[in-house]
Design a protein around this ligand. Sequence first.
Ligand code: FES
Length: 106
Amino acid sequence: MPKILFIEHSGKQHLIDAEAGKSVMQNAVDRMVPGIIGDCGGACSCATCHGYIDPAWANKVEPRNDGEDAMLDGALHTEANSRLTCQITMTEALDGLVVRLPVSQF
Ligand code: FES
């Protein structure tokens, strides 16, 4: 079972067992990781699943899609490695993925 490490802006870490085939957001919600809300259920219309993909993983996750780009344009505290985690499907190859959370999500 692949793992995802979520790191809150405070530095608090949450290492979870993730289910391949589900989105990174859904895995976080299922494990009650603080700061990942997923208000829209993964429909790419709320940005409450915003996270920063660790640079070591940036080229291993699926690229941003147009809808995600548009949502991130209106999100707070975006950075070059910002992603909507509902748009990233977890796979075995992403075992060890590191996602940091913005200061606005806790
Ligand atoms: Fe709403 Fe990701 S859960 S945009």
